[in-house]
Design a protein around this ligand. Structure first.
Ligand code: PEP
Length: 293
């Protein structure tokens, strides 16, 4: 089995009829990034930044800067896409964010970040600084409309100004994108493209949940939770069509992407960049190598 794994991971990322694809990993920090790179990932498509938090305490800018820098080091020159705090979804960390209410249909992700501008600025400053050390990209979770995007980017601009004033090294050209997990955002994807997103990432776990009004953690709603339903395909197609207008790169991530039956359907919708859990990398690669586009 080990020999088969080595053989697979040495093969170039091309489908049966020669279409290149990109295989990335969903990670939590330097340790599982290391594992993912050894299993053939070409970078991190989703880094869940909330998990670096110590219980009850938000790391300061310097501590976050070190964390992101060690993630880049573990990715060995490959791109790392960091999702800004998703408190509300990553409930284990909710207590780090004192006083914040959270709920699936209420305050979570960027909604919380925009209400906590100081903590959000700390994170963005740390990210902009780390981006001077390697190919780090930043995406905002739970974005619903372009107002969210514009508000987040105003914070980014403010952070750039702070860092210039402080004379601290950072990457002026850091790429920013949106994580699409709200159907309203997919339905208006062209607006994000018009408003200058550098990239888009479809988060199938949450997008499936919100599209079908089926809680991803409730077994009783399982029957309605369908990551490759006709509804999902329509939303994904809208995103792909909008992105094409300005050649905005699109990645798809989430548990469903690591299930070969779904992976191939996403490939057929035009996706060429896939981000999966480290343990699903080789299975996903195998399915894509054998697929026809
Ligand atoms: C998603 O929502 O698709 C996703 C990958 O994020 P998470 O698994 O962290 O909810």
């Amino acid at each position: 089995e080990n020999a088969e794994m080595q053989r697979l991971s040495a093969l170039p990322n091309r489908t049966k009829n020669g279409q290149p694809f990109e295989l990335l990993a969903n990670c939590f920090g330097p340790e599982d990034i290391d594992t993912a790179m050894q299993s053939g990932a070409r970078g991190v498509g989703l880094l869940r930044s909330s998990y670096m938090m110590l219980p009850g305490r938000i790391l300061d800018e310097q501590e976050q800067y070190f964390f992101y820098s060690s993630c880049l080091a573990a990715a060995k020159g490959c791109p790392v896409t960091v999702r800004t705090f998703d408190f509300g979804a990553d409930r284990t960390m909710a207590d780090a964010y004192q006083g914040l209410q959270s709920s699936k249909l209420g305050l979570r992700g960027i909604r919380n970040s925009l209400r906590q501008p100081r903590q959000f600025e700390t994170q963005i400053c740390a990210l902009l600084r780390a981006a001077a050390r390697g190919p780090l990209r930043v995406m905002f979770p739970m974005v619903t409309n372009v107002e969210d995007w514009d508000a987040a980017m105003r914070v980014v601009e403010r952070c750039r100004e702070h860092l210039r004033e402080r004379g601290v090294a950072f990457n002026e050209d850091t790429k920013f994108g949106v994580m699409l997990s709200v159907p309203a955002a997919c339905l208006t994807a062209e607006e994000f493209v018009e408003h200058g997103v550098d990239f888009l990432v479809i988060g199938t776990n949450d997008l499936t949940q919100y599209t079908h009004a089926a809680d991803r953690e409730l077994a009783s709603a399982e029957h309605y939770y369908r990551p490759a339903s006709k509804a999902m395909k329509k939303l994904i197609t809208m995103v792909m069509d909008a992105a094409k207008v300005r050649n905005v790169p699109v990645t798809i991530c989430g548990l469903a992407v690591g299930n070969p039956a779904n992976t191939v359907q996403y490939l057929q919708l035009g996706l060429r960049s896939f981000s999966v859990s480290p343990q699903n990398l080789l299975g996903t690669k195998k399915a894509l190598l054998e697929a026809e586009t």
